[in-house]
Design a protein around this ligand. Sequence first.
Ligand SMILES: [Zn+2]
Ligand SMILES: [Zn+2]
Length: 327
Amino acid sequence: MFFRCKNCGGNTVYSPEHKKMFCPHCDGTDSGEREAGNGQWECANCGAALEVGEYASTCKCEYCGSYFIMDDRVDGKYRPHWILPFQMGKERVVGKMKQEWKRRIFTPDSFLSEATLEEMKGMYVPFWMYDYAARCVYVGTGTKVRVWVSGDTEYTETSYYHVERGMDIDFDRIPVDASLEMDDATMDLMEPFDYGQLGPFAEEYMSGFYGEVYNMGADELADRAVKRVSEDAGRLLMGTVSGYATLRQERKDVDIKGNGVHYALLPVWRYRYRYRDKDYDFYINGQTGKIVGTTPVSQKKVLAYGGTVFAVLWAALSLLLHIVEVV
Ligand SMILES: [Zn+2]
Ligand SMILES: [Zn+2]
């Protein structure tokens, strides 16, 4: 499938700035007309052969830069239920990132001037979104202790409480990325997404971006969602049991039942920078602009802080070296 401009015949793409289809060749808006694919992987614009990745649902012609959507990869079992359209375009994201580097005290100045942009890709990442209902029960014995002094005697009074809690919690649309290429931890850090902008799937949103079909089925990935729901449910349950000096647990059950699953595409920008022979990847939530990535750490700037905060800085530093998360 290909979107062609009625005015000039060029390839129209979805523009996050205009929030509609846009022709970068003649600046026309809403001038894109859908052309069905011919089932062959060749560019409808220039005739060049298209290289389509194993899981790719869209591709870009290397010769003329047109974007195609593979019809059979957005259809049938691969048809997404929902899509969250990109809200942030290329320029805005680059600007935000530069700002972030400047703000960050650990980024060496030379990184700002020397790092070269190797790749920038707006990608719709496939996610499964799971719904669960959790039934939680807690039974235990809690104590509260009161101590007071009267005359020469210290009194201690221990009261015993039977503690019982029951909670039903609904978890809706717990996202788990279904792309092998994307690092799970990084994708988890892309959250939260505002689901208010999640809408029914339409191919138009994909024009101008890369996309993938799910690489793994919903059943294969359900464990990750279940683990998360169990932990969250347990935490919410125990949050209601507080104020006791001691607590002896007799029973704690978190029973989880699946309530449905949906296939959705969520927007992520990937920017790869090369700095002194090393690549640095940044992932940016295409909706909120949240950045996740690693930056080289400036030794000089860190040492300049010195003194008593040194130990604290190193603790923060080892974290930064690993991954930085910015809202
Ligand atoms: Zn045009
Ligand atoms: Zn082409």
